[in-house]
Design a protein around this ligand. Structure first.
Ligand code: HEC
Length: 112
């Protein structure tokens, strides 16, 4: 009897942990949100490819170019946003926003 209760408690704990671990899966990167953020936060400098923007600073790589850099990854893009090279400013963003932006930028990748 006692063992059963302990077992049930263990099961509840285990399931609870599973729910917590499953959390990030439901908030997978959302490229549509990234596109929205890019239009608001990045389009002063980058051509972000939302279709509404005709031109940006010619010296700054467009998101299409950034997406198509050889070996480009979501991690690489996020690293550049977190630790930008001068003159790109540091833009305070949530981790999920970084992931959304990276997913949006990578969606601009040309098919190989
Ligand atoms: C004030 C202008 C400015 C804004 C705003 C800006 N950037 Fe940049 N960004 C730059 C410049 C300039 C560079 C090129 C730096 C270099 O590598 O010489 C750059 C480079 C980058 C790179 C690296 C490209 C590479 O070579 O791999 C990424 C990724 C990037 N920006 C993403 C973003 C995102 C996402 C936003 C919006 C959240 C943003 N930038 C907003 C100016 C800006």
């Amino acid at each position: 009897m006692h063992a059963r209760i302990v077992f049930s408690l263990g099961l509840v704990l285990l399931l609870g942990v599973r729910v917590v671990l499953a959390g990030p899966v439901t908030s997978a990167p959302d490229p549509a949100h990234g596109r929205d953020l890019a239009g608001r936060l990045c389009s002063n400098c980058h051509l972000v490819g939302t279709g509404q923007q005709q031109q940006a600073n010619a010296d700054i790589p467009s998101f299409h170019e950034i997406a198509n850099l050889q070996g480009q990854t979501a991690g690489g893009i996020m690293a550049h946003i977190i630790l930008p090279k001068h003159p790109m400013p540091t833009i305070p963003l949530e981790k999920s926003e970084l992931a959304d932006l990276a997913a949006y930028i990578l969606s601009l990748r040309d098919p190989e």
